[in-house]
Design a protein around this ligand. Structure first.
Ligand code: 5GP
Length: 118
């Protein structure tokens, strides 16, 4: 069953400019910004501009666009923070840990021997 998109989720409000965000990148179909509660230095998020709840309802073209932005961000933050690696995480539905119901990818720079904050 596909669950309807909720226009009042936090990322929809960020896209509408109703709450502030630290913008890192934007193009026609995607937006990227810093995570407000980072699990590590440089933790940021890439989202679609179109209203998808998660990977279960997104179309191929929008998914491709947000993955492309995720790759751009991964390369940029790895270089900017001189990281040793980058973790990409993506959750779908509460059972999997999703808390904001607008499709997003986490991009987290990683450093040898440093664990993520819980
Ligand atoms: P999820 O668990 O849904 O994959 O992650 C949602 C992410 O959104 C979390 O990492 C959380 O810190 C982040 N987040 C929640 N509210 C806000 C907000 O108002 N602004 C920003 N920039 N990030 C947020």
């Amino acid at each position: 069953m596909i669950i309807p998109y909720d226009e009042n989720n936090i990322f929809a409000k960020i896209l509408r400019g109703e709450i502030p965000s630290h913008k890192l990148y934007e193009d026609a179909g995607t937006y990227a910004f810093m995570d407000v509660m980072p699990q590590g230095q440089g933790h940021c998020l890439a989202i679609t501009k179109a209203p998808f709840r998660n990977i279960l309802d997104v179309d191929q073209s929008s998914l491709s666009a947000v993955i492309s932005t995720t790759q751009k961000l991964a390369r940029a933050v790895k270089a900017a923070f001189s990281a040793d690696g980058v973790t990409i995480i993506q959750f779908n539905e509460p059972a999997a840990g999703q808390t904001v119901f607008h499709l997003h990818f986490h991009i987290i720079p990683r450093f040898d021997g440093v664990a993520l904050k819980p």
